[in-house]
Design a protein around this ligand. Structure first.
Ligand code: 5GP
Length: 121
């Protein structure tokens, strides 16, 4: 797959508010937060979408959730609760084709997330 903006963030070619990093994942604050706390957890390997996950990616996919919960505990909102979302392709609302876990927190969130169908091309 071709590089996205997230590869540039991993390589420090563009700035981001990085809140966690290890050998296989990076977490940083979303540039357009949809909740008082909104960060993304991404694999360093550029997997485009959920549909592109391979057998060898099983460990890092689980690690994304582990890191999300670790940050939630470290930042003190784990018990209050939060939402994790991974969008896939056009109907899922994906805009950056380097898969990522959204972590949203700091306010109660309604369900279902959309009352209306998204408008897509
Ligand atoms: P998606 O729509 O693909 O599920 O989510 C992409 C997310 O990446 C959006 O929430 C968007 O605000 C965020 N985003 C896009 N470009 C940048 C950027 O350059 N920096 C940061 N920190 N977030 C970005």
């Amino acid at each position: 797959m071709s590089d996205t903006i997230f590869t540039k963030i991993i390589n420090r070619e563009i700035p981001a508010e990085i809140i966690y990093e290890d050998d296989s994942v990076l977490a940083f604050n979303d540039i357009a937060p949809q909740a008082p706390i909104h960060f993304l957890v991404i694999p360093k390997k550029p997997i485009a979408t959920i549909n592109d996950i391979e057998e060898e990616d099983r460990e890092v996919m689980g690690h994304l959730y582990f890191v999300a919960a670790k940050i939630a505990k470290d930042q003190g909102f784990a018990d209050e609760g939060y939402r994790v979302v991974m969008n896939c392709n056009k109907f899922g609302g994906q805009t950056v084709y380097h898969l990522h876990l959204h972590v949203l927190a700091g306010k109660p969130m309604g369900w279902p997330p959309y009352q209306d169908t998204l408008k897509v091309e």
